[in-house]
Design a protein around this ligand. Structure first.
Ligand code: APR
Length: 227
């Protein structure tokens, strides 16, 4: 089976009802990212940060994968698929994708603020100040905030280098190092990009650009790939 990589961003989940980051005047669901998604914010106002992510978790429990998520999971019938996503939602998994690598963490997991390896499955519950890890320190969302390392980056790059087909979908490619995934495949990889407002590409690869939403774009790619 050919190795196929899907590299997804916030636009992937837009048609499920989750807002993207950069389409809303720089606000993420009405909050400035620096108030809720930075180590500084966590230091200065952990209550607000927890509240923000509690809202995101509750919202996630109320939305469903869209048909683009399902079409991606169906690609597994024909290809060896890995989804590398910048999204912290679980919609790829809920649509049935088996191999999902979350570059920016997962909303449904929490971790100790001091012991990086103490990560817990938290589902859709709220986190409160005073919820502690087994070593007695505060739990925080298991997400990568601006300015933090991306621990899964090297693994993702290795996977991307083996790709024979790459589908980039719903990302502005604004945030590094994650955006490097789009430019790390080898020269004979077959590359597609789906976005209603396609970003400027920096690399040397030639992409087939499908200007449209995730659902429309995936429907058209499926026809090409499974002809
Ligand atoms: N279908 C596909 N793409 C869409 C749709 C749609 N229905 N609607 C919007 N888009 C596109 C936008 O045109 C844009 O190019 O999705 C992209 C979303 O870009 P961003 O909001 O910048 O999201 P993303 O690239 O995932 O952001 C990267 O930044 O805030 C951080 O950590 C956060 O993982 C996130 C990272």
């Amino acid at each position: 089976m050919k190795k196929l990589i899907v590299f997804s961003g916030a636009g992937m989940s837009a048609e499920s009802g989750l807002k993207t980051f950069r389409d809303n005047d720089g606000l993420w669901e009405n909050y400035k990212v620096e108030e809720v998604a930075t180590p500084q914010a966590w230091k200065e106002n952990p209550e607000l940060v927890l509240h923000f992510y509690n809202l995101r978790r509750r919202q996630l429990s109320q939305v469903e994968p869209n048909s683009a998520h399902y079409l991606i999971s169906e690609l597994e019938n024909k290809f060896d698929v890995t989804v590398i996503t910048q999204n912290i939602d679980d919609l790829h998994e809920r649509a049935g994708s088996e191999n999902v690598l979350h570059l920016h963490g997962e909303l449904k997991k929490v971790r100790s603020e001091k012991h990086y390896n103490l990560i817990y499955d938290w589902q859709y519950k709220d986190i409160q100040l005073g919820d502690l890890c087994e070593k007695g320190t505060q739990l925080r969302p298991h997400v990568v905030w601006f300015g933090e390392d991306v621990p899964e980056m090297n693994r993702a790059l290795q996977i991307a280098q083996e790709a024979e087909i790459l589908i980039v979908i719903g990302t502005s490619l604004n945030v590094y190092p994650a955006a490097n995934i789009a430019y790390s495949v080898n020269q004979n990889c077959d590359c597609y990009l789906i976005d209603p407002n396609p970003p400027t590409l920096n690399g040397n690869q030639k992409f087939t650009i499908i200007e449209g939403g995730a659902i429309e774009g995936m429907n058209s790619i499926i026809k090409k790939l499974i002809a």
